[in-house]
Design a protein around this ligand. Structure first.
Ligand code: PMM
Length: 254
């Protein structure tokens, strides 16, 4: 899954694809390089970020989703708002990627159920302005998985088909570096849930220290593929495609 942030302020690529034409060209490039899905977002979730108005979020993403979907690109919409998800689905997106797992907007899970689309339920404890203060755990891997499965249960109760649900530990969302590493060590438990699993480690702070974030991300991508994770969400594509290929080989039966 290639990342396309149509924002002025995202964590690692804010401002680069803020213009519609630049964003569409970059989305096409991600797909051409081997991204199976392009994840379009119009609101930054970097630690400390404030909210964007719904109308502005929709204005940013809809033309980009429309152009990429018209090209045959599989588009997911990265949003916590049902109104934005609805507009993006109408423009051709086929996956809703909600970093709040339906917690930020009560309308989101009913919308997903009605629309019969895939949904990513990511672990989340609160908005970006407060999430760092919420990174307290006695056993992060167990608690994060249990809290995510509670969102899975909420989605099922709202009428979402179990087979439509993808779960994601939300690395960096109300998690410090050590929490991220603990969760990654126990990825098998996520895959063991029976749901497809998505992991977004790309260029996050816990990998960026050496200035070789894409190489570090590739190592994580191999680990994820070797654990049979369904997808990794990354900014860079060619190295990640190769990393996933290697991980998939390592996980193959004899
Ligand atoms: N991370 C970011 C944004 N959206 N979505 C999912 N499903 N999983 C993630 O880990 C995730 C996400 C933040 O990263 P960015 O600002 O570099 O896009």
């Amino acid at each position: 899954m290639g990342v396309l942030n149509v924002t002025p302020d995202s964590f690692s690529d804010g401002g680069r694809w803020f213009d519609v034409d630049a964003a569409v060209a970059h989305g096409r490039e991600l797909a051409a390089l081997g991204a199976a899905i392009v994840d379009v977002g119009g609101e930054s979730t970097r630690p400390g970020a404030g909210r964007v108005e719904a109308a502005e979020e929709i204005r940013r993403v809809v033309p980009v989703v429309e152009a990429l979907a018209a090209d045959g690109v599989t588009v997911s919409i990265d949003t916590m708002r049902a109104a934005t998800a609805r507009a993006a689905l109408a423009a051709g997106a086929v996956i809703v990627n909600d970093v709040s797992g339906g917690l930020a907007d009560d309308e989101m899970l009913p919308l997903v159920a009605r629309s019969d689309v895939d949904v990513v339920l990511q672990h989340w404890r609160g908005h970006s302005d407060v999430m760092e203060s919420l990174a307290r755990y006695h056993d992060a891997p167990s608690q994060v998985l249990a809290e995510t499965l509670a969102r899975r249960d909420a989605a099922l109760a709202a009428g979402v088909d179990a087979a439509r649900i993808i779960i994601d530990p939300g690395l960096g969302f109300a998690k410090g570096a050590e929490h991220n590493w603990q969760i990654l060590r126990r990825l098998g438990e996520w895959v063991g849930s029976g749901h497809r699993v998505l992991v977004g480690a790309s260029r996050k702070r816990f990998l960026a220290a050496t200035g070789q974030a894409d190489v570090a991300t590739a190592a994580i991508s191999t680990w994820c593929a070797a654990h049979r994770v369904w997808a990794v969400r990354t900014h860079e594509i060619p190295m990640q495609v190769e990393a996933v290929r290697v991980g998939t080989q390592l996980a193959s039966p004899q």
